[in-house]
Ligand binder design. Structure first.
Ligand code: HEC
Ligand code: HEC
Length: 401
């Protein structure tokens, strides 16, 4: 009994010391303030010669993008003052997140894997289910989204920003007046997001070299002078054998040129993806945006639900794992069912054995080990170390006393 008493007294003392230790001075919150260069960074010019215009139709203003950068990394924009866009879209991971789902403002997980955000100015639709087409609108959605940032009252958001003193000069510089509006917050965030471009990969260098040597046709159909033999082989099979580029096309190797697709990850999708009807009037199921493959080496894990942690797993899925979902995209069916691989892969199915009762035959790619390794080597030529390390895209906030 007395032992127990001693213990309780000791415990009470410890707690008292702990509480006294926690005087207001001791827990004074550390302040984070943005530290910006005297002359704004150049967000309006691509870092090097490019074979396309990475900003799309947008003209970037350096002061507007600078404001956007501060907003992007500002934790004050979330309900609990602790989550920023940059908490999930991390520069060193190609502005994606390195975990399967990301942690939002109340420690809840996002329903989908965080997407990479480079060359968004050249893209036509956003989110895995393409539910938003205009970037200025969509950048405000995560702020209001209850899992991501949780600040759903735009007046409260405007009020908060108005009360933070470093914003007044930033709005003044960007828009000529320090008046804070939701629309301006959207424009600034969108300009900054669009300024995050990628034109400095080995792939871009090769494409520019081929263009400059006078080739006018599809640059993807000739070997690149700066590639290794393996990278060129990987590029060849990606574009001309397995038809990956039927969906991953254009300057970002994404779906900008095509509709959302069902690639047969499942027969029963847990996440049904884009709602509505497809081009044939069928209720869509498992239709997702074809993501850009830029910086794919760094944006693991992969797919809308982050189910694959390695590129090798993704390649093996396409090689042998495509499921016979009734809405499987035709590109990934056997050629006898309209598949679009450039070569006939695997045994030919006799005409009278091709099912016509709605049963789907997914393509098996019969990839060799060399082909799988070469595709991975090719995908790594899409890494842009400049975007991943450029200080103008980094978190400007520094802790001050
Ligand atoms: C808690 C993590 C989290 C935060 C915070 C967050 N995002 Fe995202 N972001 C995601 C996820 C997850 C997706 C995919 C959502 C979906 O498809 O439903 C996404 C998608 C996007 C996309 C679409 C990319 C594409 O290729 O379609 C853009 C652009 C984007 N976010 C910008 C922002 C901006 C700007 C902010 C800050 C205002 C922000 N995000 C805050 C996790 C986050
Ligand atoms: C029918 C169109 C289509 C074809 C053909 C296709 N893809 Fe995809 N790819 C997609 C879609 C759609 C997704 C996202 C699917 C999801 O998350 O549900 C995707 C996802 C990926 C991812 C993961 C991207 C990320 O950010 O998570 C990689 C890597 C990839 N594909 C590589 C390839 C390769 C290599 C080939 C050729 C062997 C190929 N794809 C063929 C449409 C296609």
């Amino acid at each position: 009994m007395s032992n127990r008493l001693t213990f309780l007294v000791a415990l009470a003392c410890t707690m008292l010391i702990w509480m006294v230790g926690c005087t207001p001075e001791a827990v004074k919150p550390l302040k984070r303030l943005p530290v910006l260069p005297d002359d704004a960074y150049d967000y309006a010019t691509p870092p090097r010669e490019s074979f396309f215009i990475p900003y799309g139709d947008s003209v970037i203003n350096n002061d507007v993008a600078t404001l956007g950068r501060v907003l992007f990394y500002d934790q004050q924009l979330s309900a609990n003052h602790r989550t920023a866009c940059g908490s999930c879209h991390k520069q060193q991971f190609g502005f994606a997140d390195n975990s399967r789902f990301s942690v939002g403002y109340e420690n809840q997980l996002t329903g989908r894997n965080t997407q990479t955000i480079v060359n968004t100015g050249t893209q036509l639709g956003f989110f895995w289910d393409l539910r938003e087409a205009i970037l200025d609108h969509m950048v405000l959605q995560p702020i209001a989204n209850h899992i991501e940032m949780g600040l759903d009252d735009t007046l409260e958001m405007e009020g908060r920003i108005r009360n933070i003193q470093y914003y007044s000069p930033l709005f003044e510089k960007a828009f000529g007046t320090d008046e804070v509006t939701t629309q301006k917050i959207g424009v600034a965030l969108a300009q900054y997001v669009k300024s995050i471009v990628s034109v400095s990969t080995k792939y871009d260098e090769g494409a520019v070299a081929v263009r400059n040597s006078g080739v006018t046709g599809n640059v993807n159909h000739v070997d690149f002078p700066n590639y290794t033999e393996q990278e060129n082989f990987g590029k060849h099979v990606f574009f001309l054998k397995f038809a990956c580029s039927q969906c991953h096309g254009g300057v970002n190797l994404d779906g900008s040129l095509s509709a959302p697709k069902n690639i047969g990850l499942e027969v029963d999708y847990v996440d049904n993806g884009m709602p509505g009807l497809d081009d044939f009037g069928r209720v869509r199921d498992g239709f997702f945006k074809t993501p850009s493959l830029r910086n794919i080496q760094f944006t693991a894990p992969y797919m809308h639900d982050g189910r694959f942690s390695r590129l090798e797993d993704v390649i093996e899925f396409y090689n042998s794992g495509i499921q016979p979902h009734p809405l499987l995209s035709e590109e990934l069916r056997t050629r006898e069912q309209g598949g679009l691989t450039f070569e006939h892969l695997g045994p030919v199915i006799p005409f009278d054995q091709v099912p016509t009762d709605g049963r789907v035959l997914p393509q098996r790619m019969y990839m060799t080990g060399e082909e799988k390794a070469a595709i991975v080597a090719f995908l790594k030529t899409l890494s842009d170390y400049e975007t991943l390390t450029d200080p103008k895209f980094s978190d400007p906030f520094q802790v001050v006393e």
